[in-house]
Design a protein around this ligand. Structure first.
Ligand code: ATP
Ligand code: MG
Ligand code: MG
Ligand code: MG
Length: 431
C-alpha cells in the first residue's frame, strides 16, 4: 500500500489526488492505470454491487472480448462514423481490429447467431469488461480514463412496448445500484449521442467537479429508492414516472422556459454533475442494419427492438470519493470500503498490544469482515493519518495505556466519533 505524503501535482481534483495518495492507482500512460491492491478492492466491490443488481433485474451475464473485428462495425456503419476515439489495431495478418469502446455490434452478432423466435424474448445480456476510448483529454484520474471498466447491458424485445419494459427494469436497477453505493445519482433526460435512438437517461451524481452542467428541481433529491422487494416482473412505470416527473436535465437538452414554468425559483438547482451511467432505447437501429430478426407470433420475421445500458464501474470509484471525503482523506461508504475495519497497533512490538491486535484481527477475519491490520512500526500519528486517508469506516486503536485498563478505542471515520470499549467487546461492537 504505497501511501504518498506529498500531494501529487498532476491531480486537479480531490478524488484523483486522494486515489494517488492512498496508493489506489498508478498511471502507466495517459488515461491508463494499474489498479493497486487497495484500489482493486474498491473496484471489485463496486463491480459486485452492479452485478447483483443486474442479476436481480433479470439480466444475464456473459463476457465478450476487448478486441473486435472492424468488419463487424462496418455492418452497422459505425466503423467510419466513430472517429478518433476508436483505437484501431492491425494483427500480423493485416486484419483490422479495434479495442471495443462499446459492444452493440458484437452483442447483436451473438444474438442473431442463436435467437430466432419472439418466444426467447425478452432477453437482457450484460458484461463487465474493459473498454478503450481514445479520449481527447483524459483527465481527473479514473473519471475520464482511456481504458476504463464498464458494465454494459443490452436488451432485446419484440416490440417497442416490450423494450420500454426492459428500459424501465434497467432504470429501476440503476436507482438501486447507485443508492447501495451511498450515492444520489439522479436520472436526467439526455441526448442519445452516437449510440442513436429516441429515449435516454443519464444517471448523474451532483458534484462541483463534474463535467456536465445540470438543471434540477430540488425535489428529486428526496425521492424514495425502491427496496429489494421491487417486482421486476410487475409494472415499473409508476416508479419511473415518479422519478421522471420532476425536472432534471443536462445542459445539452435543457429547456429554459419549461424549467422556469415548472420549477419555482426556490427549488431550482443549477450545478454540475458526474455521469455514472446512461441508458438508451434505440429501437431497430442495430437489428435492421445487422439483420437481428426474430419471428413474431404471426410468423413474420421482424427486427428486434434494442436498448443499451452502461455503468462506469471504474469512474464510480472516483465519483464516490468526490462525494465522500474530508480534508483528512476518504470516507468510504460501508458497502464499497476496501476494508471495513482498520486495526492500528499504536505500539508495535509490545507483547500486549501485538497480542490484542492479532486477536481482534483473527476474530474479525473469521467472521468474514474485511480487516486491515496496520502492523508497521510507524509512530501513532502517522498511523492515524494513514487510516484517515484510506478511509475505512471503522478504526480500532490499540495502545498500551488503554490496554492496561483492558480497553481499546473505536473510531467511526464518518463523523469522527470515538468510543472506548473493553477489548473482549470490541469485535461484537463492530458487527
Ligand atoms: P462522457 O459523457 O463522460 O464522455 P459517455 O456519455 O461518452 O461519457 P457512455 O457511452 O454513456 O459514456 O458510457 C457509459 C458510461 O461509461 C458513462 O456513463 C460513464 O460512466 C462511463 N464512461 C464513459 N467514458 C468514460 C471514460 N472515458 N472513463 C471512465 N468512464 C467512462
Ligand atoms: Mg464520451
Ligand atoms: Mg455523456
Ligand atoms: Mg453517456
Amino acid at each position: 500500500m504505497p501511501i504518498l505524503k506529498e500531494t501529487p501535482k498532476e491531480a486537479e481534483i480531490v478524488s484523483h489526488r486522494l486515489m494517488l495518495r492512498a496508493g489506489m492507482i498508478r498511471q502507466e500512460a495517459a488515461g491508463i492505470y494499474a489498479w493497486l491492491p487497495l484500489g482493486l478492492r474498491v473496484l471489485k466491490k463496486i463491480e459486485a454491487i452492479v452485478r447483483e443488481e443486474q442479476n436481480r433485474a433479470g439480466a444475464i451475464e456473459l463476457l465478450m472480448p476487448t478486441l473486435q473485428l472492424a468488419d463487424l462495425w462496418r455492418e452497422s456503419g459505425r466503423y467510419d462514423a466513430y472517429g478518433p476515439e476508436m483505437l484501431r489495431i492491425q494483427d500480423r495478418h493485416k486484419r483490422e481490429l479495434l479495442y471495443g469502446p462499446t459492444n452493440e455490434e458484437m452483442i447483436t452478432e451473438i444474438f442473431r447467431g442463436y435467437i430466432r423466435s419472439y418466444k426467447s424474448l425478452p432477453l437482457n445480456l450484460y458484461h463487465i469488461q474493459w473498454k478503450f476510448r481514445d479520449e481527447q483529454r483524459p483527465r481527473f484520474g479514473v473519471m475520464r480514463g482511456r481504458e476504463f471498466l464498464m458494465k454494459d447491458a443490452y436488451s432485446f424485445d419484440i416490440d417497442e412496448a416490450g423494450a420500454r419494459r426492459s428500459y424501465n427494469r434497467m432504470f429501476v436497477a440503476y436507482l438501486r445500484t447507485f443508492a447501495r453505493m451511498g450515492l444520489k445519482a439522479i436520472p436526467m433526460r439526455a441526448e442519445t449521442g452516437p449510440i442513436g435512438g429516441d429515449l435516454s437517461h443519464e444517471f448523474i451524481v451532483l458534484a462541483e467537479t463534474g463535467e456536465s452542467g445540470v438543471y434540477i428541481d430540488k425535489d428529486v433529491l428526496d425521492l424514495p429508492v425502491p427496496g429489494t422487494e421491487v417486482d421486476y416482473d410487475g409494472d415499473l412505470t409508476p416508479i419511473v414516472r415518479q422519478w421522471t416527473a420532476a425536472y432534471a436535465a443536462t445542459e445539452d437538452v435543457h429547456d429554459g422556459s419549461r424549467y422556469e414554468r415548472e420549477v419555482p425559483e426556490e427549488r431550482r438547482i443549477h450545478t454540475r454533475g458526474i455521469e455514472v451511467g446512461q441508458i438508451f432505447y434505440f429501437g431497430t437501429k442495430y437489428s435492421e442494419s445487422m439483420k437481428a430478426l426474430v419471428t413474431g407470433p404471426d410468423g413474420v420475421e421482424q427486427p428486434i427492438h434494442g436498448g443499451s445500458y452502461g455503468v462506469g464501474v471504474s469512474r464510480l470509484v472516483g465519483a464516490i470519493i468526490e462525494a465522500c471525503h474530508d480534508e483528512a482523506g476518504i470516507k468510504w461508504p460501508d458497502a464499497v470500503a476496501p476494508f471495513t475495519v482498520a486495526i492500528l497497533n499504536l505500539k508495535q512490538g509490545a507483547s500486549d498490544t501485538d497480542e490484542a491486535c492479532e486477536r481482534i484481527y483473527r476474530e474479525l477475519s473469521a467472521k468474514g469482515v474485511d480487516v486491515l491490520y496496520d502492523d508497521t512500526d510507524q509512530r501513532a500519528g502517522a498511523k492515524f493519518a494513514t487510516a484517515d486517508l484510506i478511509g475505512s469506516p471503522w478504526q480500532v486503536m490499540v495502545g498500551p495505556k488503554g490496554l492496561a485498563e483492558g480497553k481499546v478505542e473505536i473510531k467511526r471515520r464518518e463523523d469522527g466519533s470515538r468510543e472506548s470499549v473493553a477489548l473482549e467487546d470490541a469485535v461484537a461492537r463492530l458487527m
